[in-house]
Design a binder for this molecule. Structure first.
Ligand code: NAG
Length: 248
């Protein structure tokens, strides 16, 4: 009896699981816990054990039974399972695991990945904003919590709508801050583009050109190359991921 108590205690400590009084709907498999989204019942030979996902992850009852049962909230439809375990927040993370936006409406290009309560911070590629609804870096005008004009430091000029194009009209503007950048205004909201190394935006042709062909660049004080910030190896990998997710 004592031996049983010890191993039971060990099980609890290792897996955060509880022997459930609930019956298993089937002999084998994982099943949702009524009302709660981050717990599930693991059934083996008709014996049900209640398991808890790591804080911040949710049980996906539609998941392939061979896959890890807990996923990021974006991939899980909780339906009426609204309850969650108490959040294990740290000073940097609202939950132990997850992706979270940082900054505010005028600084929306940063996000963090929390793993075990530790925050790893990332920057979206230049000009893009972190969208917490899609877990992607996206055009700031597509991100509800981002003020594209404040973030990109550019206000689209009010224009007379052309009768043919109306709201669909797209206009291009040189950046007042940097001769190699330009803005495209779509429905009154800016998007920032970069012509690339040794290239600059030529307002006369409304296109990227060699820097030597753009007067604004010739007169500008020391011409900066495309800004390349060296990042530690790990964040570079993640930046690639963020870039891979870039939407066009
Ligand atoms: C600069 O302009 C000239 C004349 O239009 C063109 O032939 C040349 O290719 C341009 N330079 C670059 C680097 O695009």
């Amino acid at each position: 009896m004592r031996k049983f108590a010890v191993s039971f205690g060990l099980c609890l400590a290792l897996f955060g699981s509880l022997v459930s009084t609930q019956n298993c709907p089937e002999k084998h498999g994982r099943f949702p816990v009524s009302g709660q989204c981050d717990a599930y019942i693991e059934c083996t030979d008709g014996e049900g054990v209640e398991m808890l996902c790591p804080d911040g992850l949710l049980f996906n009852d539609k998941n392939n039974p061979l896959a890890y049962p807990c996923q990021y909230p974006i991939d899980v439809d909780c339906g009426p399972r609204t309850k969650l375990q108490p959040a294990g927040a740290t000073d940097k993370c609202p939950h132990q695991f997850g992706y979270y936006p940082m900054g505010d409406a005028s600084n929306c290009g940063k996000f963090k990945n929390c793993a075990g309560g530790i925050a790893f911070e990332f920057d979206c590629p230049e000009g893009l904003a972190y969208n917490k609804d899609t877990y992607r870096c996206d055009w700031p005008d597509q991100v509800p919590d981002c003020n594209a004009e404040a973030y990109l430091n550019f206000k689209c000029p009010q224009i007379q709508k052309s009768p043919e194009l109306g709201d669909e009209e797209i206009r291009t503007y040189p950046s007042p801050h940097n001769c190699q950048r330009y803005y495209i205004c779509i429905k009154g909201k800016p998007r920032l583009y970069n012509c690339g190394e040794e290239r600059a935006f030529n307002p006369e042709t409304s296109a990227c050109d060699g820097v030597e062909n753009v007067t604004a660049c010739a007169t500008a004080p020391p011409r900066s190359k495309v800004q390349q910030v060296e990042l530690p190896a790990e964040s570079r990998v993640h930046q690639q991921i963020a870039r891979g997710n870039r939407k066009y």
